[in-house]
Design a protein around this ligand. Structure first.
Ligand code: C2E
Ligand code: MG
Ligand code: MG
Ligand code: MG
Length: 286
């Protein structure tokens, strides 16, 4: 390996970093404005029981109504939010809006199972999370039995582990469900899962996408589902896009599914209509 090669790579890397950090600084500024101007809103995606088709939950997913670029998904801005101090205020807004929506459906007598909110990894150690939940729950008259917090496996494993663990246990003890998101992409093993204060796990859509083509993935998913059941842990299978995937999963047992096959994420009004139509049999989406 020549010295020149190393040098070239390094200078390329630094100039690249510079562009990135300029862009990031600009985005960070825009995001600050966005928080002040209330440009964030939620879309909702249902989770349904794969036998009865009953709605078991609705996941709230954040979107940014950008002034010039249209509606942006979290992939376009969440990383920068996490790197700065903005993830906590965004998390507070998301909690408030999600629990407000849950309150409206509750008042309207619409069954939606639980409202599932994605927690930012930085919101957990912030010291405000529990109070943020309680404030919104009081404000919109929503009890813990209507709420789920979705967290990444990593929140139990990082340096804040002890504190995060404590905060999640507080939510758990109050009856808010805790679910491990994107299960299978991180480090958690099922033996570890048995000791966590969690009610469920969401099998990542990268598994769902491969069950039909990769026999080993299918075996892993099948065992995850059976072990979770044995441990009395709920399962949501993410990213179900086709009838064939749905049918294959159905052969593995009775659990919840979420994905484009059932419904794409929708606006509050669309979700209200969807819940109101309250499908009674599987032919509704198959
Ligand atoms: P996630 O929590 O795993 O959410 C599922 C993602 O998969 C969503 O993307 C959803 O739109 C997408 N999806 C659902 N069904 C299907 C399907 O059948 N096929 C495919 N290809 N995709 C499907 P989205 O909304 O872009 O969110 C991406 C990630 O951003 C989420 O992954 C979550 O980790 C994070 N996120 C979303 N909303 C929030 C939020 O309010 N707060 C925080 N902290 N993170 C959020
Ligand atoms: Mg999620
Ligand atoms: Mg997920
Ligand atoms: Mg995911």
């Amino acid at each position: 390996r020549s010295k020149d090669e190393g040098k070239d790579r390094w200078s390329y890397f630094t100039s690249d970093m510079k562009i990135d950090s300029d862009e990031e600084a600009r985005l960070e500024q825009e995001l600050r404005h966005a928080l002040r101007r209330d440009e964030f809103f939620l879309v909702f995606q249902p989770q349904v029981d794969n036998r009865t088709q009953q709605v078991t939950g609705v996941e709230a997913l954040v979107r940014w109504q950008h002034p010039t670029r249209g509606v942006l998904a979290p992939g376009a801005f969440l990383d920068v939010m996490e790197k700065t101090s903005l993830a906590v205020p965004l998390g507070q807004i998301v909690l408030d809006k999600a629990i407000a929506a849950a309150g409206k459906w509750k008042k309207a007598g619409l069954h939606f199972g639980r409202m599932a909110v994605n927690l930012s990894p930085s919101h957990l150690p912030s010291g405000t999370l529990l109070q943020d939940f309680l404030n919104a729950m009081t404000k919109y008259d929503v009890g813990p039995e209507l709420l789920t917090a979705e967290v990444l496996e990593s929140v139990f494993l990082d340096t804040e582990r002890n504190h995060n663990w404590h905060v999640l246990e507080e939510l758990y003890d109050r009856g808010i469900h805790i679910e491990l998101d994107d299960f299978g992409t991180g480090y958690a093993s099922l033996s570890h899962v048995a000791d966590l204060p969690i009610n469920g796990l969401k099998i990542d859509r990268s598994f769902t996408a491969q069950i039909l083509t990769d026999n080993k993935k299918e075996i892993v998913v099948n065992h995850l589902i059976h072990l979770a059941r044995a441990l009395n842990i709920n399962v949501v299978c993410e990213g179900v896009e086709t009838e064939t995937q749905f049918e294959r999963l159905r052969m593995m047992g009775n659990f919840s599914v979420q994905g484009y096959l059932i419904a794409r994420p929708m606006t509050f009004d669309q979700m209200t209509t969807w819940l109101d139509a309250s499908p009674n049999d599987l032919t509704y989406f198959i």
